[in-house]
Design a protein around this ligand. Structure first.
Ligand SMILES: [Zn+2]
Length: 199
């Protein structure tokens, strides 16, 4: 029998950078990447746990209390958990650079990461979020880069960039907790669809 699926969630930043400070990620006014991603990841975790029913997936969110973990520690943690589980790992980010829309980064040659990225962007489209793609197409908003540290973890992994903290129109889509929750729950729906396909 296949090992159970374990969804592994990370909020990307908040790593200890010394001097009592943590890495905030991208910042624009009151929009702080690390704080937004933390909220989304908590909503995502709750959604997955509350909608599990008789499904057999597990959820791990080691930064749940708000701390940050270094990327290399995530990779080691994922490696350890893969003894018992099929991990599916997502690292949550927001972008800066004045753009618009969401996108995914996945490792090269991992069809499971690609499948999950497509499902996530499809669910974002359903709630009206734009894609960061000149032609509006899902494939254009999926980038492959195996050199990103989080993507060096084994198994399906991806980075989700939920939007631009300094995107003047973009951030209107996530300036309330209600909207952050909706974005997170759409990701949760995509993860459950992934589970249904590969359980
Ligand atoms: Zn980031």
């Amino acid at each position: 029998m296949a090992k159970p699926i374990l969804f592994y969630i990370s909020h990307g930043h908040r790593q200890d950078v010394g001097g009592g400070k943590t890495d905030p990620g991208a910042v624009s006014g009151k929009f702080v990447e690390a704080d937004l991603a933390y909220k989304c990841c908590k909503y995502l975790r709750d959604y997955l746990l509350n909608h599990r029913g008789s499904m057999t997936y597990k959820v791990a969110y080691p930064e749940y209390k708000g701390n940050g973990m270094h990327l290399w520690d995530h990779v080691q943690d994922i490696i350890r958990r893969r003894v018992k589980y099929r991990t599916v790992a997502i690292d949550w980010h927001f972008n800066a650079g004045g753009g618009k829309g969401c996108e995914c980064w996945i490792p090269k040659n991992n069809k499971y990461s690609l499948e999950l990225a497509k499902l996530i962007l499809e669910e974002q489209q359903k709630i009206g979020r734009p894609l960061h793609a000149y032609d509006g197409k899902i494939n254009t908003a999926i980038h492959k880069d195996s050199t990103l540290q989080f993507l060096k973890a084994p198994g399906p992994t991806l980075l989700f960039e939920a939007g631009y903290v300094d995107g003047k129109t973009d951030r209107k889509d996530f300036d309330t907790d209600k909207e952050l929750k909706q974005i997170a729950e759409a990701v949760g729906k995509a993860m459950i669809r992934y589970y249904q396909k590969y359980k």
